[in-house]
Design a protein around this ligand. Sequence first.
Ligand SMILES: [Mn+2]
Length: 315
Amino acid sequence: MFEQLYDSITKFDTVIIHRHASPDGDAIGSQTGLKYLIIDNFPEKKVFTVGDAAGRYSFIEGSGTDCVPDAVFDGALSVILDSAERGLVSDDRYLTAAYSVRVDHHIYCDTFTDSEIVDTSFESCAGMIAAFAMERGLVLSERSATALYTGMITDSGRFRYDSISPRTFELASFLMKAGINTEKLYRSLYCDTLENVKMRAFFAGKIRLFENSPVAYTYTTADELASTGRDAFSVSRGMVGIMSDIKGVDIWVNFTESEGRVLCELRSSQYNINPVAVKYGGGGHKKASGADVKNYDEAIMMLNDLKKLTEQGNE
Ligand SMILES: [Mn+2]
């Protein structure tokens, strides 16, 4: 499956690895994992990584990117990871590279590199790089394995999403044999500041059930929001997840007042809530959508629509 990736790497002296903008754990994990894989197996090659800052994933060893002059792209190979669309690629100078290869697990949108390896049956791009290492019998160091494992667990929600397969665990097992310190890794990923833990507790205290239905919500007024010192967007997106694992709750919504509007983040474990979001001028996915409503009354109307959805049993 990965001959073209392997052949391209062997052919070029310089390899530049790209990932998508606003990188997540899989973008950084696959990029850093591949970087070390090439360094460890082809020590004579020059390997660079490009892209914007690693943010909360900067704890991954080697996740810092290189400052690569334009001239380095001449005659080089660019490898693009975890990016479904050309506009998402961080550092578009891959267009000036001698050859480009893309490795991705998202639904295919567009061909924009010379060689494309896209397989949506993988839970993560890091999993694809692990499969590449396994298929080619490459030497796998602990630092490479740790980065790849980080991508795998973040993109699969700690092996929880329905994208996982028996192969996911075979690859995880393969990576773990390289000696990953999982205790250290999980602490780095999931440890939070005391301030954030207290903030979540504050919002957890605000969770309500709508008319004893399987619909839960939090409603944060502009005054309450001001008292938290957080911005509306981070509360809206960041605090909707605190309702995701409540027994008997199938749909949950975070309402946050912001500049005369109310931001709505809708989530569901089994219902398609997207049409309700669309009805209120929003959009997104089947189980995760967003919208804006005018005020508290309209928020209640939306909750009514969601309650009806659960009564219809439209799973
Ligand atoms: Mn991914």
